[in-house]
Design a protein around this ligand. Sequence first.
Ligand SMILES: Nc1ncnc2c1ncn2[C@@H]1O[C@H](COP(=O)(O)OP(=O)(O)OP(=O)(O)O)[C@@H](O)[C@H]1O
Ligand SMILES: [Mg+2]
Length: 246
Amino acid sequence: MRKIVVINQKGGTGKTTTSATIASGLRRHNKKVLLIDMDPQGGLGIWYNLRFSHNLFHLLVENIDLDRCLYPIDDNLWLIPSNKTLAQAEIFMATRNDREKILIRAMKNLDGMDYVILDCAPSLNLLNLNAMLYADEAFVPVAMDYFSLIGAREVIDNLEWIQSRMGHKLKIGMIIPTFYDKRDRKSQEVLESLNSRFGQNVSNPVRKNVKLSEAVGAHQDIFTYAPKSYGAEDYDKIVRKVLNGE
Ligand SMILES: Nc1ncnc2c1ncn2[C@@H]1O[C@H](COP(=O)(O)OP(=O)(O)OP(=O)(O)O)[C@@H](O)[C@H]1O
Ligand SMILES: [Mg+2]
């Protein structure tokens, strides 16, 4: 089972889109995938139009069984959803001795999945630390602007900090350039910088494509909503890289 955390403390870089779209792509290749929404904004539950009574808060704070917090979404796809109650989880978690490892404990009985994908909120909080310690690889979506480039360096520094200080092997998997527009010089420059700093780890860019945001409103993945779109094409390449273990 591969456990992938999708993280960047900067907001709006395409984390939720990347998490959900990679998950959908993998399930289409008959892989069993669990998505975990680590963000109290609850974007994934909204995307899938899911009604739920239990969420990640109940799993982490109230010790409700994993089975009751895990909802089937589609063939081979499950979701542990979140909503604004998750924002309070930190307060309860912070008082516990094992506060960084609450998610690891809560997930210990999970089996039968090929992939777990964790969609993080844009912050450096205890929930995200739990996600990073649970995961064994990190994907970092980076939007094509200069601030994102600085943000990307910070994320990598944090991942390295987790590795050295917490003794946890968290592989830096893919750096995913998002909102790419080849007509825009800034996009070109930021992509070149990413390539020169992070080399092999940089995936093909995901082009700016309005179909990706429309798919959310239609409660569909991009491969169903607009299979011929740039969004579907670019994420399909990324899914294939994930399957190849790149
Ligand atoms: N390649 C793209 N082209 C156009 N729109 C996109 C693209 N990727 C994502 N979007 C849209 O941009 C918005 C932000 O994307 P998303 O929610 O995935 O970012 P995020 O990093 O999860 O944000 P947050 O930090 O708030 O969690 C959404 O409306 C999404 O549909
Ligand atoms: Mg998000």
